[in-house]
Design a protein around this ligand. Structure first.
Ligand code: UDP
Ligand code: MG
Length: 315
């Protein structure tokens, strides 16, 4: 029987010090898996360091290495999509190059895939050096997404996953621009299972995702999965209107009809100021929500390509 091919899709952004180390680790894993061939697809996401040079050298030396080079930085989501778009494997393993997705777990992912699971998802248990903001931020994101969007995403889900050829083909049909790979794969469904892992610190280099980039990604991931927040805006407006009406009635009654037994001494101006600032705040929240959606619509209707490839391997 012909060997099965596993594609390994690796987004790379300024990782010059990690690439060779990563590839060696990867090769070691597959040396112990004689049943499989692998192709490593490095997608250089517009790195400004020596990453692409190192990748090209590697591709020149090793048969199993292919690469795509982006014309500029398009983000990890675009890089992953590009890799999945060109991969030839019976399954594709998505993995970070910085060592935070332990390479030695790949055989475990493959064995679950072989057992019939079409999507095998790595669940991050802890992340040494992650920091409280990222940790609780991601917890909050998943809690919100789960309750509001109804997308079943297990907390701690990462992009560290293997997906079957069937899933790759469906994924490649998706056309939206503002994308979060994880969310889209979760949306596709298919038979899935989970593998827990602990994320070690980066092998070297610094995380390229700043907080502002992560927040943008989370927000867009959110609005691309659900339009429920728009309805929530309406609900909020309703609650506030009814609430302020009742409060107004109470104050009127307390102050002017039964002559302020609580000694509140509320002035009319104070009440007005309070309501004004409250309502202005609400209107702003609603506008912000709308803006998020309009931004998404704008990005979709522009219909630009997700990424621009400036160079690729001939293999
Ligand atoms: N990455 C990318 N494009 C970017 C930022 C990151 O392709 O704009 C790659 C990066 O090289 C790494 C993976 O995505 O392989 C995860 O990035 P990082 O380690 O910076 O993020 P974190 O560990 O915080 O998720
Ligand atoms: Mg990382």
């Amino acid at each position: 029987m012909a060997k099965q091919l596993i594609s390994v899709v690796i987004p790379v952004y300024n990782e010059e010090s990690n690439i060779v180390w990563f590839y060696d680790e990867l090769k070691k894993q597959f040396d112990d898996l004689p049943k499989y061939d692998f192709e490593a697809i490095f997608v250089d996401d517009g790195s400004s360091d020596q990453s692409i040079k190192i990748i090209k050298e590697l591709a020149g030396k090793s048969d199993g290495v292919r690469f795509l080079q982006f014309s500029r930085n398009f983000g990890k989501e675009a890089a992953t999509s590009a890799g999945l778009g060109v991969c030839k494997g019976d399954a594709a393993m998505m993995i970070d190059v910085d060592g935070q997705h332990p390479v030695k777990l790949i055989p475990k992912f493959i064995s679950q895939w072989e057992a019939g699971f079409e999507v095998v998802i790595g669940i991050r248990q802890s992340n040494s050096k992650e920091g409280a903001v990222k940790h609780y931020g991601s917890k909050l994101f998943y809690a919100l997404l789960g309750s509001v969007a109804g997308t079943k995403t297990v907390p701690g889900s990462t992009d560290f996953r293997i997906i079957d050829r069937k899933v790759i083909d469906e994924f490649n049909k998706l056309t939206e621009h503002s994308r979060m790979t994880r969310g889209l794969i979760d949306w596709l469904g298919f038979k899935r299972t989970y593998i827990d892992f602990n994320a070690p610190a980066r092998h070297s280099g610094d995380a390229a995702y700043s907080y502002s980039k992560l927040i943008r990604l989370a927000l867009h991931g959110f609005v691309s999965q659900t339009t429920k927040p728009l309805q929530f805006t309406g609900l909020l407006g309703f609650i506030v209107t009814v609430g302020s009406f009742l409060l107004g009635l109470f104050l009127l009654f307390e102050q002017y009809i039964i002559n302020d037994p609580l000694k509140l001494n509320v002035t009319g101006t104070a009440i007005l100021a309070l309501f004004l600032s409250f309502l202005v705040g609400l209107v702003l929240i609603c506008q912000w929500l709308l803006a998020l959606y309009i931004e998404s619509i704008h990005n979709e209707t522009q219909n630009r390509p997700l990424y621009i490839v400036s160079d690729k391997s001939t293999k």
